[in-house]
Design a protein around this ligand. Structure first.
Ligand SMILES: [Zn+2]
Length: 293
């Protein structure tokens, strides 16, 4: 699934092609894309509008259009946007006809992607803030903020990092890469991290996302650039999908665990497992969670 760096890569590639261009015609071939809104109404609402700016919030692309309309698109599992594709691919869901003969195609084999048209910045913000927490790579993304969000929470740090309503845009790949960089075990209860731990997590997230953007995203599945090319971050993973290989820092074998139902990769030397709290009246040790695969 595309995560923040993949969507940011698409945004950076699309913006120069789209900004200033007019949507002469929009054909929404799959009504699921706009559900619960009518695809005919959305297509009619887009027609004739100029693309003012292509932005991003979390994994959403935010298209600012003339007349203060905003198109909010999410690629979900298998969506991709192709600019001036020589051949129209199978599973084309939406066609955007632009001026000067250009064309943007939205392709999505599994059809989970969405497009919503809203009027005005208030509606835009209401839509996004209902679904998304704090955006990394902004000045508001601080250790203090993260620490405050998790006080008293027992959920593992990885589950917290993956929760889009807490932190926008980080998925399974970048959560593993960020926690490795931070030296924090994914099973550590989020509420027990101290300020210094949070500073490492914050820095780890920013570094992992930055490395992903620099490599133009990871193509381990359907993710493609707007010209159909693949990203290269999958060749630079430090731990993600590297079970059985040596840790790039200490050469300990990387292990795969399951945390919150997600395959999770960890170096348990660089990321020490949380010590179970000593039980009252006994020295019983229980290692909780994290079944081994
Ligand atoms: Zn290591």
């Amino acid at each position: 699934m595309p995560e923040l760096p993949e969507v940011e890569t698409i945004r950076r590639q699309l913006a120069p092609h789209l900004e200033g261009r007019t949507l002469l015609g929009v054909q929404i071939l799959d009504p699921r894309w706009t559900r619960p809104d009518s695809s005919e109404e959305v297509a009619a609402g887009l027609r004739g509008r100029r693309v003012v700016h292509v932005g991003r919030y979390g994994k959403y692309l935010v298209w600012e259009l003339s007349g203060e309309r905003f198109l909010l698109t999410h690629l979900r599992m298998t969506g991709s946007l192709l600019f001036d594709a020589p051949v129209e691919p199978l599973h084309t869901r939406v066609r955007f006809e632009l001026d000067a003969g250009h064309r943007l195609i939205y392709v999505d084999p599994r059809r989970f992607g969405t497009g919503h048209l809203v009027a005005g910045p208030e509606e835009r913000d209401a839509y996004l803030h209902q679904r998304l927490g704090i955006e990394p790579l902004t000045p508001e993304f601080t250790a203090e903020h993260l620490h405050a969000l998790t006080r008293g929470r027992r959920a593992p740090i990885k589950a917290f990092v993956l929760d889009q309503r807490r932190i926008a845009g980080v998925g399974n790949i970048y959560a593993d890469e960020a926690l490795f960089r931070a030296g924090i075990h994914p099973l550590r209860p989020a509420g027990r991290l101290n300020k210094a731990d949070w500073e490492r997590v914050r820095a780890g997230i920013e570094e992992a996302l930055g490395a992903g953007i620099a490599a133009k995203g990871a193509s381990i599945d359907d993710f493609r650039h707007v010209d159909g090319a693949r990203g290269s971050f999958q060749d630079r993973f430090m731990v993600h999908q590297r079970a059985g290989e040596p840790c790039p820092r200490c050469a300990t074998t990387i292990r795969k665990l399951v945390v919150g139902g997600r395959g999770t990769y960890v170096c348990e030397r660089c990321q020490p497992r949380p010590r179970p709290r000593a039980r009252r009246g006994g020295a019983r040790r229980v290692v909780s969670g994290g079944e081994q695969l």
